[in-house]
Design a binder for this molecule. Structure first.
Ligand SMILES: Nc1ncnc2c1ncn2[C@@H]1O[C@H](COP(=O)(O)OP(=O)(O)OP(=O)(O)O)[C@@H](O)[C@H]1O
Length: 314
C-alpha cells in the first residue's frame, strides 16, 4: 500500500504538489489522473525517494522508500523508458541492473519472457521502438518481483497495439495482488485501465474514488429510449415530470428511473426498441470536477474540453 499524507513540494515559486493525502491499495490498478503539469511526476519521484517533500510524507507499507531494506524487491518503477544505455542489449541492461541491485541473474530471462522481449534480448536497446523500450522499462521494474509498481505515463506515444498490451499487462499485475499506480493525462485511457482513481489538478487532490463513482458523481445519468411510437412515449414521460430531449430517432430522458420508463411504456402498450442507461464520459466528469484546477483551458469556449487533456503528446 502507498500512503501519502499532506504531501507537498515547492520549486521556488511553484507549488508543484499541494497537501496531497491519498492511499493506493493492492490488487487494483489505480490511475493517477491530472492534466500536464498537475504534479504527477513530482509525486511519483517523492514516492521513490528521488525528490524530498517540502511538507508531509509518503510511505510504502508504512516505511519511507529510503528505509526499505531492498527497495527493488518492494517497489518497481517505470519513470522514463529511454533511460537505458543505447549500445547495451536489453539483456545486458537488465543483467547490469540485476547485478547492481543484488538480484538473481536468472530473473533477467524471466522478466524478458514476461514482457515478450526474449527474441530481441540481444539487440541494442538504442534501436528499440518506443513500445519495445516501454516493455524493457517494465521488465526492469519487475526484476525484483515487487509488490508495488509505479508507471509514469506508460502509454504516451504508443500505437493502439502497444496501449492494449500495457493495459492488459497492468490488469494482470493487479490480478496477481500487486499494487499498481499508473499516471496518465489520458482520461479515456484511464477509464479503461484503472478501477480506482486519484485525481489531481494544480498539485491538489480533486478526488479519490472508483472510476465508476468519479463519473457518476460528476455527470448526469440519462436513459436512451427508442420506439416506433416515440411521440406517445414522449408525452407520457413528460407527464411524469421528467425531462425529455429528442435525439434523432430516440429520446434521452433525465430525471426518471430506467425501470419506471419501462413500466410506463408497458402500461401504455408502447413497444420499445431500446432502453439503455447512458453514462457521462470520464472527460466530462473530469472537466466538471476540476473546474479551474485545469491549467490549460481552451481559449474559445467555456465548455470545450481542453485539447491538452485529450491528446497523447506532451
Ligand atoms: N525540478 C523542477 N524544478 C522546477 N519546477 C518543476 C520541477 N519539476 C516539476 N516542476 C514544476 O512542477 C509542476 C508539476 O510538474 P510535474 O512534472 O510533476 O507534473 P505532471 O503532472 O507530471 O505533468 P506532465 O504530465 O506534464 O509531466 C509543473 O509546474 C512543473 O513545471
Amino acid at each position: 500500500m502507498i500512503e501519502a499524507v499532506g504531501l507537498s513540494k515547492r520549486y521556488g515559486k511553484t507549488l508543484a504538489v499541494d497537501n496531497l493525502t491519498f492511499t493506493v491499495q493492492p490488487g487494483k490498478v489505480t490511475g493517477f489522473l491530472g492534466p500536464n503539469g498537475a504534479g504527477k511526476s513530482t509525486t511519483m519521484r517523492m514516492i521513490l525517494g528521488l525528490d524530498s517533500p517540502s511538507g508531509g510524507h509518503v510511505d510504502i507499507d508504512g516505511q519511507r522508500y529510503r528505509q526499505l531494506h531492498q527497495p527493488l524487491r518492494k517497489v518497481g518503477a517505470l519513470l522514463d523508458a529511454k533511460w537505458v544505455h543505447p549500445n547495451r542489449s536489453a539483456r545486458a541492461h537488465l543483467r547490469w541492473l540485476a547485478k547492481s541491485n543484488k538480484l538473481p541473474a536468472k530473473r533477467v530471462d524471466e522478466v524478458l519472457d514476461l514482457v515478450g522481449l526474449t527474441d530481441v534480448a540481444n539487440r541494442r536497446a538504442g534501436g528499440f521502438s518506443l513500445g519495445m523500450s516501454q516493455r524493457l522499462g517494465i521488465a526492469a521494474a519487475l526484476l525484483g518481483d515487487p509488490e508495488i509498481l509505479l508507471f509514469d505515463e506508460p502509454v504516451n506515444g504508443l500505437d493502439p497495439e502497444g496501449i492494449l498490451w500495457i493495459r492488459r499487462f497492468m490488469h494482470r499485475l493487479a490480478d496477481e495482488g500487486r499494487t499498481v499506480f499508473v499516471s496518465s493525462h489520458l482520461l479515456s485511457e484511464m477509464a479503461l485501465t484503472a478501477s480506482e482513481l486519484v485525481v489531481i489538478g494544480r498539485g491538489r487532490l480533486i478526488a479519490q474514488c472508483s472510476t465508476e463513482e468519479f463519473v457518476a458523481q460528476a455527470t448526469e445519468s440519462t436513459v436512451r429510449v427508442r420506439s416506433p411510437q416515440l411521440a406517445l412515449l414522449r408525452s407520457a414521460i413528460g407527464q411524469q415530470g421528467a425531462t425529455v430531449r429528442d435525439e434523432g430517432d430516440s429520446l434521452v430522458v433525465s430525471g426518471m428511473d430506467i425501470a419506471d420508463i419501462g413500466e410506463l411504456a408497458a402500461a401504455k402498450g408502447v413497444p420499445l426498441h431500446e432502453l439503455s442507461p447512458q453514462r457521462g464520459s470520464l472527460e466530462e466528469a473530469f472537466i466538471q470536477l476540476t473546474g479551474d484546477s485545469v491549467e490549460y483551458h481552451a481559449a474559445s469556449s467555456d465548455n470545450a474540453v481542453p485539447a491538452d487533456l485529450l491528446t497523447a503528446g506532451k
